[in-house]
Design a protein around this ligand. Structure first.
Ligand code: FAD
Length: 592
């Protein structure tokens, strides 16, 4: 069985000690909230994840979704779990109170999201996309559309989807063909076929609200001719009930590597009635609101899966008896020592732990900025926070999900053959994690976004916003030997940034060739900074920690491991970046 118990102590550390929840609540004008209230919400969320979602994770994977004549049935237990999710208001945490949400900070709701993804990633996708659709409508839909759809989406009675992909059109949205024809009453008729639509059809909610990209008949070619529409499965009646069935049907679901409890649907739109969201031909702006939110959420999905991989592998390593410690038997009374005594198994466990806790700390920093970009009273702080979220969105998406797959695979290795077979559910984590590297923009595209858009944006302003606090921390703690590895990695990042800015300006292929390594390098430095700050706090708190001393000691050991064993990869990444595109581009296409 997969092992998962919400890491509440670590979450409290990230919230209150690392990211100063008290100061944060004040900065966003939420002095009505306090740490205790936040902790009690986390505890309830933990119970829901552990007691309701986790028990249907492996069974949902075994059973998968079923498709029968346009109807999709989710695995056993999903409907009951969703009803509880809705009744307990888990979908409304950070949504605005104006439409029935609870207006709670993102720094809290992202942790709740993490728990749900740890316990059951497939389940998490149903409400997850609704939240993104809500954000896109909040920013771009007319007041009438908001009033009609948002309250029911926020309270979870209706769910949302995101419809970009078509068979011939994945990354390159300029190729999309779905048509939208304007009608005299101001609505549009949509015709086309979308594929791979998560939660496109299911039995969890009474209505499904599709956000769909399509082209008007006279639209310019490419991405400049794409508009965004809201297309409900059932057309809402004036009193807000699901009325007449709209012209959108599910033609089938995909049979896929993982995420089997999540329905991935082919949707056929035949003269389906829809309404424009935002302006004609500016649909990507609205969709990007949804995509950016989803990209961060997909990063959180990766983190969630990796946490379960860690906990499961750690429990197994303490239990599985094989061989003797190289230093002599540690448990002579047993037939063999547990595999946790072996340095190589520890290398894997420490690697997963250091990445998972580092990513949680970084996610907290980004979630804090998400709150501040809209709620800080100081306009300068709002702008800085917006810059930081924009810079970190591709990093969180790609770094966390790449690591999630690598870390779940490491967990399989710790289980040996028992991880490869299905019994323990560890191979499921690898299969589930794999998609997170692909959807919401494949990770290679995230790297291009970082290097091609975010790095040069506002003459490097976004980058400077990240460099500044890291540099300041290094200078303020120059005498601390533990900060030296961060300073070295930061130096590599600065050089790589200058190199890419220069080489990429002359030759965009140079930037493209460096992009993935650069994203990992930036991610490593961001994690290094989180670990350095964590270690500083742990050192300060340890002398008076009493019962909590074990927690801070573990933080210090893990920070040391990150510095010794993981952060030095920064030098190799800079080496690869410096080497440039030549050997990558040398072979003729035909030689492959
Ligand atoms: C389970 C699942 C759920 C999904 N859910 C949704 C959903 O809800 N809504 C939705 O609209 N879509 C959804 N998708 C689609 C998903 O977002 C796409 O698969 C993804 O965007 C990549 O598109 P593609 O598969 O067509 O790959 P392609 O675009 O063909 O890309 C293939 C590879 O080429 C690379 N590549 C492509 N173009 C470039 C370039 N210009 N430069 C460098 N590299 C490039 C990519 O990085 C990728 O590695 C889902 C897919 C799956 C499998």
């Amino acid at each position: 069985m997969q092992v998962y118990s919400a890491p509440l102590r670590d979450m409290r550390f990230v919230l209150h000690e690392l990211h100063d929840s008290a100061g944060h609540l004040e900065a966003i004008g939420r002095t009505d909230l306090n740490g205790e209230l936040i902790d009690s919400i986390l505890e309830e969320a933990a119970k829901f994840a552990q007691e309701v979602l986790l028990p249907i994770n492996m069974s949902g994977d075994e059973e998968g979704c079923r498709y029968e004549n346009g109807v999709v049935r989710t695995p056993r237990g999903f409907k009951e779990a969703y009803d509880m999710f809705r009744e307990n208001g888990w979908g409304a945490l950070s949504s605005p109170a104006e439409f029935g949400g609870q207006d709670l900070p993102e720094i809290l709701s992202k942790m709740v999201e993490e728990m749900q993804c740890s316990a059951n990633l497939s389940f998490g996708l149903y409400p997850g996309l609704t939240h993104g659709a809500v954000l896109a409508m909040l920013d771009h839909a007319s007041e009438e559309l908001k009033a009609r759809y948002l309250p029911k989406m926020i309270d979870g009675t209706w769910s949302g989807t995101m419809n970009l992909t078509e068979a011939h059109c994945g990354t390159d949205l300029g190729l999309l063909r779905t048509r939208a024809v304007p009608q005299a009453d101001g609505s549009y008729r949509l015709t086309g076929t979308k594929i791979f639509i998560s939660a496109g059809e299911h039995d969890l909610t009474e209505n499904i609200i599709h956000l769909v990209l399509a082209r008007l008949p006279d639209a310019p070619k490419g991405v400049k001719g794409i508009s965004l529409f809201v297309v409900p499965k059932f057309l809402p009646t004036d009193d807000g009930r699901p009325g007449q069935r709209n012209g959108v049907t599910c033609a089938g679901i995909e049979h896929k590597m993982g995420l089997k409890g999540s329905a991935t649907c082919q949707l056929v739109f035949e003269d389906a009635t829809g309404w424009l969201v935002g302006e004609v031909n500016k649909g990507l702006t609205g969709m990007f609101t949804m995509m950016n939110a989803e990209r961060l959420s997909v990063g959180i999905q990766g983190l969630g899966v990796a946490e379960t991989a860690y906990q499961s592998a750690a429990a197994y390593a303490k239990d599985r008896l094989q061989g003797r410690s190289l230093a002599g038997a540690k448990y002579p009374e047993k037939a063999a020592d547990p595999i946790i005594v072996h340095p190589d198994v520890r290398r894997s466990l420490m690697t997963i732990r250091a990445y998972v806790e580092g990513c949680r700390a970084l996610a907290g920093w980004v979630a804090k900025a998400l709150d501040l970009e809209t709620k800080a009273t100081d306009p300068e702080l709002r702008q800085q926070s917006e810059d930081f979220v924009a810079l970190m969105t591709p990093v969180v998406k790609a770094l966390f999900t790449d690591l999630s797959f690598e870390m779940s695979s490491m967990a399989v290795q710790i289980y040996g053959g028992h991880g490869y077979i299905r019994d323990h559910g560890i191979e499921q984590l690898v299969r589930d994690a794999r998609i997170t590297m692909i959807y919401e923009g494949a990770n290679g595209i995230q790297a291009l976004d970082l290097v091609g858009r975010k790095l040069p944006s506002h003459m490097g302003r976004l980058m400077r916003g990240f460099f500044h606090p890291v540099q300041q921390f290094i200078e303020d703690n120059a005498s601390d030997p533990n900060v030296l590895p961060l300073a070295k990695a930061f130096g590599a990042l600065q050089q790589a940034t200058a190199h890419i800015a220069q080489a990429g300006m002359k030759d965009p292929e140079e930037a493209g060739a460096a992009a993935t390594d650069y994203l990992r390098l930036l991610g490593l430095v961001a994690l290094g900074y989180m670990w350095a700050r964590t270690a500083k706090i742990a050192n300060e708190k340890l002398p008076a920690a009493n019962g909590d001393a074990g927690f801070y000691k573990a933080k210090l050991s893990t920070a040391q491991f990150f510095n010794d064993r993981l952060l030095p990869q920064a030098g190799a990444l800079w080496g690869a970046i410096k080497a440039g595109k030549a050997s990558m581009m040398a072979l003729e296409d035909a030689a492959f």
